[in-house]
Design a protein around this ligand. Sequence first.
Ligand SMILES: *Cc1c(COP(=O)(O)O)cnc(C)c1O
Length: 398
Amino acid sequence: MEDDTVEPSWSLETLAIRAGHERTAEQEHSEPIFPTSSFVYGSAAEAARKFGGEEPGNVYSRFTNPTVRTFEKRLAALEGGERCVATSSGMSAILSTALALLQAGDEIVASRSLFGSTVSLFDKYLAKLGITTRYVELSDLNAWEAAVTPATKLLFAETPSNPLAEVADITALAALAKRHDALLAIDNCFLTPALQQPLALGADLVIHSATKYLDGQGRAVGGAVVGSHQLLEEIFGVVRTCGPCLSPFNAWVFTKGLETLSLRMNAHCENTQQLAQWLVQHPGVAHVYYSGLTDHPQHALAKQQQKGFGAVLGFEVNGGQAAAWQVIDATQMVSITGNLGDVKTTITHPATTTHGRLSDAQKSAAGISPGLIRVAVGLESQADIQRDLARGLDQLTR
Ligand SMILES: *Cc1c(COP(=O)(O)O)cnc(C)c1O
């Protein structure tokens, strides 16, 4: 890594606080914001050299910006990647990756349980460019193998999945990608580098919606891609030309968010584990989907490849949609919203919101039953979250 703000021995917690900030002549302690669209030159000759790329330096904030660079260097350090390129959203991180690395005739093999907009991006917009996507069961390695063809250039997965917390074997997927001369991209939004580092497991690219846990307090929309210099130079080319660049203010919000990432993720995991264990024994609950539970089918794999089990869980109540809505509507504190990655706990009914566009058959294939509720556990007191969910759950068994 060519980041001279970083000591090779630093741990993740230290990198999250210290990496990427090049102090200016003002000797500021906290990272500054540079809200400027362009940069000036000492002479016409210097301008010519910088425009021509013969001399490094800032030209225009669609290309580079010092505040954005601090966020990029810090996230690259946390993910253990050579380079990071920040983007205006998680979706533009995925779009820029596809535009940079794929062309007409190429194929993507992706896990079935992806973020909804990612599926729309692949099926509606990449398909228009002649790039087709095949979907497979996230944890079924044979299905991945069978779906790969000579035209496959990218394997794309989100692990753990949302909302059923299935886990993919990243090491095995990386080996499969390598065997077929394809790249493996992992959307690491749900765990963040504090809990999972896909590059160390062999993935080529890590994709983030910084909107979620990197910020952690629901304040700004942004994204990023991390990987090798070679791949990221291609992705940088798309961002600088096509324009989905991150604003300096949002980059600053994410940079400050990263400083508490490990602390927050550990606290999120602890709250979620306790909530999962309480839900399991509640008579109104038929099943809990969380990889931190020992009866989860990929519990052993999750334990091996993750440093924590994350903060998103699904649970199925007895009584179908009416019962699920009753539990959601009985809450007084947790927020009824599809968002996640926030200190505030959120609750949603996947079958009628995030997965509402799927047919009944598709929902059933994806395990999205009418009684399923998703909770993204925040950092309020665990006892208060539990009490809020108990309002409706206790009614179901009365
Ligand atoms: C939110 C999300 C995205 C999209 O990110 P935006 O910042 O909303 O564009 C992509 N992947 C996952 C897993 C997400 O949760």
